[in-house]
Design a protein around this ligand. Structure first.
Ligand SMILES: [Zn+2]
Length: 143
């Protein structure tokens, strides 16, 4: 193995990934500025946020930035990062929200695989924030 190859270890790759994540975070807009989005069934996604895997605290919407796409009819796709100021950690946060009955289903990547979660809510509870605890469980186990 040459000296050059020696430098390209998992540690370097992680640093590079963190740099890319931070660069993206700095240039992208908050998800909050791109919401709400109404799904085909009328369900309104008002808020998308995640939790810090290290300190388990909520990452506030102002520190959740990325892109939201509704290019596929009725499906909201998000590709974002949350930034925990306390841990100085940039947390990848991506997935899709699809209409499911009068509610929605969430698909996210967990250990390299797409995982689907069905979330059943009374029709009156339309806001994403009511399922934040659910999301906390998902995100908390993501790593
Ligand atoms: Zn944290």
């Amino acid at each position: 193995m040459s000296a050059n190859q020696h430098n390209i270890g998992p540690h370097m790759a992680a640093n590079e990934a963190a740099k890319v994540a931070l660069t993206r975070f700095a240039s992208e807009s908050t998800l909050a500025s791109q919401l709400p989005v109404k799904l085909k069934n009328g369900f309104e996604v008002e808020e998308l946020s995640t939790v810090c895997p290290r300190c388990k605290q909520d990452i506030c919407p102002e520190n959740t930035r990325g892109t939201i796409s509704t290019a596929f009819a009725g499906i909201l796709m998000f590709d974002a990062h949350g930034f925990c100021r306390q841990c100085m950690l940039c947390v990848p946060f991506c997935g899709r929200v699809k209409p499911h009955g009068t509610n929605f289903e969430l698909e996210t990547i967990k250990q390299g695989k797409w995982v689907r979660y069905n979330v059943e809510l009374p029709w009156t509870l339309r806001a994403w924030r009511f399922v934040r605890d659910q999301w906390r469980k998902i995100a908390g186990h993501a790593r």
